[in-house]
Design a protein around this ligand. Structure first.
Ligand SMILES: C[S@@+](CC[C@H](N)C(=O)[O-])C[C@H]1O[C@@H](n2cnc3c(N)ncnc32)[C@H](O)[C@@H]1O
Length: 250
């Protein structure tokens, strides 16, 4: 993952390495850290392709999860960071959402947006003025794979990504990544579909959680500070129930 981040920040590949794109770079990056089996590679490829197609074929504001602003996320992030605009924040599965725009506007500069879709990252990056786009780390990666920097983030934010992890192994890998990447005492904000939320999103099966169920996935190292439910109005005039959990990491 570090290789990808450097490549995107500087716009040129490291010396002696060929610039790769899409899945090749994703797997190439991971292959430094662990062996990726053929079936795992194929699985990552299918997930990535799914999301690339979504972002290639649908307008950013015409997907069910779109909101002009992620108000609840913003308010929890501001609460977690107080007046510290130097806080390091990662938005996992940030996609093309406006959260990064709103955080930049509020003066945060240590931002990382991670997503499995190159297209989504490019959409979000191109919306920003050049100088601000360069200040953000755009990380093309699968959040269930290892490779995130250790104790790098004050705040971990995820809206509508964890609920796509339908296999216990993927959820365990995700939780291991949060526990490693967030600083001790750091903040973890995860939003999924609530108990009355949809059973599918973007054509994929999803999990639904209440606060106790979501907290159980993360375990006792994560201290639940607050949970809330939100009724999200989709661009199509329907509603979806979301759950927000805000934890600190022990
Ligand atoms: C429903 S969208 C939510 C986007 C954004 N967080 C928001 O609230 O608007 C899910 C996002 O997660 C990304 N995603 C799905 N699986 C992922 C994975 N395993 N690793 C990283 N990103 C993933 C998708 O590309 C997509 O951008």
């Amino acid at each position: 993952m570090r290789y990808l981040r450097r490549e995107r920040r500087q716009g040129t590949p490291p010396r002696g390495r060929k610039l790769q794109s899409g899945l090749d770079s994703l797997v190439h990056c991971h292959s430094h850290i662990k062996t990726v089996s053929a079936s795992e590679k194929r699985y990552i490829e299918i997930v990535q392709q799914h999301w690339e197609t979504v972002y290639e074929t649908k307008a950013t504001d015409q997907v069910s999860w779109f909101r002009p602003h992620l108000e609840t996320s913003l308010s929890l992030i501001e609460r977690a960071t107080g007046s510290n605009r130097a806080a390091s924040i990662i938005d996992v599965g940030g996609g093309a959402s406006t959260l990064v725009d709103d955080l930049l506007e509020r003066g945060y500069r240590k931002l990382t947006v991670l997503d499995i879709s190159h297209v989504a990252l490019d959409l979000a990056r191109k919306r920003q003025p050049d100088a601000l786009a360069k200040a953000v780390s755009w990380l093309h990666a699968d959040v269930t794979q290892p490779g995130l920097a250790i104790h790098a983030y004050d705040v971990w934010h995820d809206r509508a990504v964890f609920h796509f992890l339908t296999s216990p192994e993927d959820r365990l890998a995700y939780v291991r990544n949060v526990a490693g990447a967030v600083k001790p005492g750091g903040h973890v904000i995860v939003s999924t579909f609530g108990p009355k939320g949809p059973t599918k999103c973007s054509g994929l099966d999803v999990m639904r959680y209440d606060a106790a169920g979501l907290h159980e996935e993360f375990g006792p190292r994560f201290r639940l500070v607050e949970s809330s439910r939100e009724i999200h109005a989709t661009p199509f005039g329907t509603t979806q129930q979301f759950l927000y959990c805000y934890c600190t990491l022990g």
